[in-house]
Design a protein around this ligand. Structure first.
Ligand SMILES: NC(=O)c1ccc[n+]([C@@H]2O[C@H](COP(=O)([O-])OP(=O)(O)OC[C@H]3O[C@@H](n4cnc5c(N)ncnc54)[C@H](O)[C@@H]3O)[C@@H](O)[C@H]2O)c1
Length: 246
């Protein structure tokens, strides 16, 4: 398939996990992928695997200057951006009693502020072409209120609201803004935290058994990022083997 031929797609947090799976699928369908991550080596490796002259760019999405210089590079080198997938996030495991303001700000800075900064900069570029697809990776924890993640759930709830608000603001420019809410997924990030011990419990709640893999999430994201999804905006697609029915 070449649904993304001649398109430029930015995928944040694509050095590993869900972001990498999304980047690889976009690349396999013809996109030139800008693989963005604070992990430069990982971003470059993903870009190489994507093909189509894709590039990796090191960027901390919570830093306004880095986000601005990323967009300057993309506009100068490629003339614009067609697809933005906001995937980069910190996924903490921390009991409510240990949540202090520093932790709260750390999570908000990346998970909510970073998504805002990327949307702000990319949508300004997309408006000029009157075309764009923004897909925000949220989380089914916003429905479940999952424990040990209060700041994370709050930040992702903010992204949920931003998705709807931006869909309203940007529709006039033929830019769609949608979200995907994955359930617990087997990524490097999850495997490095106590979240890895939750698979059995989560599976009990899923009508469809088995563990979600990054490649199970990517097709939903890529569909919403595709030209054919042009009449869908302000929506959230839940991909969690049916754990949450909302
Ligand atoms: N894995 C899950 O169970 C799950 C479930 C629901 C939602 N999600 C969401 O899916 C997305 C990806 O999750 P994952 O499990 O693949 O994550 P992960 O931790 O495996 O990978 C996250 C990537 O984001 C990058 N990153 C982190 N902070 C960054 C920053 N400030 N700037 C640039 N890059 C940064 C990391 O370097 C890493 O490569 C996240 O938005 C997460 O909240 C994951």
């Amino acid at each position: 398939m070449t649904r993304f031929k001649d398109q430029v797609a930015i995928v944040t947090g694509s050095a590993q996990g869900i972001g990498k799976a999304v980047a690889l699928q976009l690349g396999s369908e013809g996109a030139l992928v800008i693989s963005v991550d604070q992990n430069a080596e990982g971003a470059n490796t993903t870009a190489e695997e994507c093909g189509n002259s894709s590039i990796g760019i090191q960027c901390d999405i919570g830093d306004p200057q880095q986000v601005s210089s990323l967009h300057e590079t993309v506009v100068t080198q490629y003339g614009g951006v067609d697809v933005l997938v906001n995937n980069a996030a910190i996924v903490p495991f921390i009991a409510w009693d240990d949540v202090d303001f520093d932790h709260w700000r750390q999570i908000m800075r990346v998970n909510l502020d970073g998504t805002f900064l990327m949307c702000r900069a990319s949508s300004d570029v997309m408006r000029k072409k009157e075309y764009g697809r923004i897909v925000n990776i949220i989380s089914n924890t916003i429905f479940a209120g999952t424990p040990n993640m209060a700041a994370y759930v709050s930040a992702k709830g903010g992204v949920f609201g931003l998705t709807r608000a931006l869909a309203t603001e940007l529709g006039a420019y033929k830019i769609t803004v949608n979200g995907v809410t994955p359930g617990l997924t087997n990524t490097e990030g999850v495997q490095s935290t106590p979240h890895k011990d939750a698979f059995e419990f989560v599976e009990m709640l899923q009508p469809i058994k088995g563990h979600n893999q990054p490649s199970d999430i990517a097709p939903a994201v890529v569909f919403l990022a595709s030209p054919e999804a042009h009449r869908i905006t302000g929506q959230v697609l839940n991909v969690d083997a049916g754990m949450v029915r909302w």
